[in-house]
Design a protein around this ligand. Structure first.
Ligand code: COA
Length: 165
């Protein structure tokens, strides 16, 4: 498995991956709308990494430096093809994003749907904790759980030199 930058040729494969997943179906995402979103991201210089196995894309992660509160790292999307789940690809993609995000900020945030129990288990396993919840935020009837991971497990809120407000 190899992690590399996202290329235009990945768009149809990843759009199919998204549109085929019950998670994104719940958000009304189709192959066409996923392809438009990925193409717009590429055009705007978004940071998207792709996991490939034997030259074929099997997963991706889209992350944004300072994407949370204009301060912390943000994981916007992650997905692994159903055929390749449970083999450490999600972990590797998340580690790839965290290496970049934690180089610039102390925290990484993400949103995970209340019904997406599998992804919640995945994130908790990799050190994330729920710190909040946003009801009816992206779509009516779904609560987005706010998950956070800190670079340091314990950090004093009054740390000298902290620029916290
Ligand atoms: C969530 C997702 C990215 C995980 O990818 P993956 O490649 O299957 O995950 P990994 O194999 O790297 O698993 C990493 C760790 O998380 C745990 N984990 C992964 N899926 C899990 C699940 N469904 N239940 C419990 N633990 C899980 C694994 O056991 C593993 O820990 P271990 O090595 O100690 O066993 C993948 O399931 C997916 O694409 N889901 C659909 C899209 C989605 O929900 N994205 C998240 C949106 S917020």
């Amino acid at each position: 498995m190899n992690i590399r930058a996202f290329l235009p040729a990945d768009i149809p494969v990843l759009a199919r991956l998204m549109a085929g997943d019950p998670l994104w179906q719940r958000y009304g995402i189709t192959e066409a709308s996923a392809a438009r979103r990925l193409a717009a991201g590429l055009a705007a210089g978004a940071t998207i990494a792709v996991a490939e196995v034997e030259g074929a894309p099997v997963g991706f992660i889209w992350y944004v430096a300072r994407g949370a509160f204009a301060r912390s790292g943000y994981i916007m999307l992650i997905g692994v093809a159903p055929t390749h789940r449970g083999g450490g690809i999600g972990r590797a993609l998340l580690a790839h994003a965290e290496a970049a995000l934690f180089a610039q900020a102390d925290d990484v945030f993400l949103l995970v749907s209340d019904f997406n129990i599998a992804a919640q288990a995945f994130y908790r396993r990799l050190g994330y904790q729920q710190v909040g919840a946003l009801s009816d935020y992206v779509v009516e009837g779904v609560t987005e759980l706010v998950f956070r991971k800190r670079r340091h497990d314990v950090r004093s809120p009054a740390e000298p030199g902290s620029d916290a407000a």
